[in-house]
Design a protein around this ligand. Structure first.
Ligand SMILES: Nc1ncnc2c1ncn2[C@@H]1O[C@H](COP(=O)(O)OP(=O)(O)OP(=O)(O)O)[C@@H](O)[C@H]1O
Length: 263
């Protein structure tokens, strides 16, 4: 399903945090959301997965305004993996992943054979099946990330929202999970601080700065020397290697400029 955001404004504590944000994630595409600390990325994700109601503007999934859907229908359509995924004390990994099935339950709220299959399949795909009986609270940061992604996939959502999924992952795990996300063909909006990973994973990239979209488009059109200097304050160049991968080469020293200057 397609995800769109139209003319979104968010104010928190009387501070404008997002201003006139527009974005479009075509069905099945993986779009990266990048920007400096405090630029509004997590706030935008919160508006997309309905944890925050914007002052004005519309978020649509499959053409429907998410605030016109029931909470259950909205939860069926969009799954989120957040930086601090939280933890319910005493729950096993399997129980945590099974929570992803909640929006699909009938009135009795019992797990069906399909629920068990979805949980088992998600655990295997995320390489977390050997952790199934462990207490979730006892896992390492990287193991938790895998399990939280499994919970989101068990939900079988139309849209996947990821906030710094790769934070705790070692380099191989990063590549594996990013490949896995691509293979699901799920419409995905992913906040990533690692611009190299963003360039590898994403079909398109959106750059946010001071609550506004600065530029959106194909990786090489967006991660230009100018944008990397103006928005991120680094001297760098970007090119596509013969293997097709876009690589960013950074200079040793940061630029001594005001990086919050709008471009
Ligand atoms: N409840 C709140 N009240 C006031 N300001 C807030 C509130 N929540 C967030 N902010 C501010 O909104 C701005 C954007 O925050 P947000 O977490 O969306 O940024 P971000 O781009 O995800 O940052 P980071 O890369 O550091 O995670 C920040 O300046 C933050 O301090």
């Amino acid at each position: 399903m397609r995800l769109t955001v139209e003319q979104l404004h968010v104010t928190l504590d009387r501070q404008p945090i997002l201003r006139d944000v527009e974005l479009d994630v075509p069905s099945g595409a993986v779009v990266g959301l990048v920007g400096p600390n405090g630029s509004g990325k997590s706030t935008l994700l919160r508006a997309v997965y309905r944890s925050l109601r914007p002052r004005t503007g519309v978020v649509r999934v499959g053409g429907d305004d998410i605030w016109t859907l029931s909470p259950r229908d909205a939860a069926r359509r969009t799954a989120a993996v957040l930086q601090d995924g939280g933890s319910v004390p005493g729950l096993s990994v399997t129980e945590i992943v099974a929570l992803g099935r909640t929006p699909h339950h009938g009135l009795l709220g019992r797990d069906s054979a399909d629920d068990h299959r979805a949980v088992d399949d998600a655990l295997r795909r995320c390489g977390a099946h050997l952790l199934a009986d462990r207490d979730f609270a006892s896992l390492s940061g990287g193991e938790r990330q895998r399990v939280l992604l499994a919970r989101a996939l068990a939900q079988r959502p139309d849209v996947l929202v990821l906030d710094e999924l790769t934070n705790h992952l070692d380099i191989r795990a990063r590549f594996e999970l990013l490949e896995l996300i691509r293979s699901t063909n799920t419409t995905t909006l992913a906040v990533l601080h690692d611009l190299d990973l963003a360039a590898r994973l994403c079909d398109r990239i959106i750059v946010l700065n001071e609550g506004s979209v600065v530029v959106a488009g194909e990786v090489l059109d967006v991660l230009t020397t100018q944008i990397l200097a103006d928005v991120f304050g680094v001297a760098a160049s970007t090119d596509r290697h013969p293997d097709g991968v876009v690589r960013i080469t950074y200079a040793a020293e940061p630029l001594h400029t005001d990086r919050t200057t709008r471009v």
